[in-house]
Design a binder for this molecule. Structure first.
Ligand code: DNO
Length: 363
């Protein structure tokens, strides 16, 4: 594996490249052109400039998160080919710049969904949290307004104000889309982009739906082992792979995370590793909050997750995921420096211990 950190780019991120470079073992960043709109072509010159900026700090771009897929492609509207052509052109421009990993998602309307962005934990840190009763009582059109006050001024991925202003239209676009149609539209998209991915050796890594079930009646398909296997078989190309995000698949307690990782051998191109703390697991009352990466701070066995990645011979980029807000940092919820740096150090420690035990035959 290669330890990396997500960076939103100058002007969007409170964390600097130099700070990232000082986290032990981090030489790669996962980044994006955050001000582009889904559907537009990423100009090659802008990709070059981004690369130069990262390389000036003695790092490299380990992957893009995300090149977002526009709604026309997700709903399969008559003009989708025009947008897929643009996506292909973006992939070509990335390939020409020697970038070989693209994370994306196929979630309708909302990217990740949380009901709180700053829930206070036992140690005074604040974290993102999800409560099913709140979701059930909220009008999805007000979702953005209800949580954005806690965003610390940041524009959050998937929750761009321009998009949220069109929320009614967005729901309207998806009204006839069920899971089968979403699968069919994903297949169409993947079939069209695979040739350019093969040409430039670009690994596409679909991000799971977070949480891993349908919210507000919208279909969500990248939620469990069965559906990912269906997705990989329907376009059976090694470049059609996944981002294994423990915090997203892990929202659904039926998902056995180490088992899923083992079953995806060879098709996990990118890993997001984080822990969650479940406070209530009763259906209809489910409640969880994000925890520190350390196993004992949450509900997951992080050793087993990292060990499964090690055991399948995972060599791709890995990144600590959402961090808690600690030490008075003010940053985009989930994306401060301090707790993600602690997460990177912890995952590095787990990996080193697993690797050494393996080499000594004492695993
Ligand atoms: C949230 C992220 C997601 C993810 C996208 C990938 O913090 O994990 O926004 O980047 O779903 O396209």
């Amino acid at each position: 594996m290669e330890m990396t950190l997500r960076w939103y780019g100058t002007g969007f991120d409170t964390v600097t490249l130099r700070q990232i470079r000082q986290i032990p073992g981090v030489k790669g960043v996962i980044t994006t052109l955050y001000d582009t709109t889904p559907g537009e072509v990423w100009p090659r010159e802008r990709i070059q400039a981004l690369k130069k900026e990262v390389e000036a700090e003695n790092m490299h771009i380990a992957g893009i998160e995300s090149v977002n897929v526009c709604d026309a492609i997700k709903v399969g509207s008559p003009d989708r080919d025009k947008y897929i052509d643009n996506y292909i052109q973006t992939l070509e421009n990335l390939g020409l710049e020697d970038i070989h990993l693209v994370c994306y998602n196929f979630m309708p309307v909302f990217d990740w969904t949380r009901t709180e962005l700053a829930r206070r934990r036992h140690d005074g840190s604040t974290v993102l949290a999800y409560n099913q009763e709140t979701i059930d009582s909220i009008d999805p059109e007000n979702m953005f307004a209800s949580i954005s006050k806690d965003s610390n001024g940041a524009v959050m991925p998937g929750w761009e104000p321009e998009r949220m202003a069109k929320i009614k239209e967005l729901f309207e676009m998806y009204k006839d889309i069920d899971e089968e149609k979403l699968f069919a539209n994903l297949k169409y998209f993947l079939e069209r982009i695979m040739p350019v991915c093969n040409k430039y050796n670009i690994n596409m890594a679909i991000h799971p739906d977070d949480p891993a079930w349908s919210v507000f009646g919208l279909p969500r398909i990248i939620i469990n082992k069965q559906n990912i296997q269906r997705m990989m078989k329907m376009v059976d190309d090694p470049h059609n792979g996944v981002t294994f995000c423990s915090g997203s698949y892990g929202t659904n307690l039926e998902n056995d995370l180490p088992d899923m990782i083992r079953s995806l051998k060879g098709r996990i191109h990118f890993a997001h590793v984080r822990n969650l703390q479940f406070n209530c697991t009763e259906p209809g009352h489910l409640d969880f909050e994000e925890a520190a990466h350390l196993s004992s701070d949450g509900s997951f066995d992080m050793y087993e997750i990292v060990k499964a990645l090690y055991d399948i011979g995972f060599t791709g980029p890995i990144r600590p995921d959402h961090g808690r807000m600690i030490w008075d940092e003010v940053a985009m919820p989930g994306y401060g420096l301090y707790d993600r740096a602690l997460g990177a150090a912890y995952i590095n420690g787990l990996w080193e211990a697993i690797e050494k035990a393996d080499k000594r035959g004492t695993k």
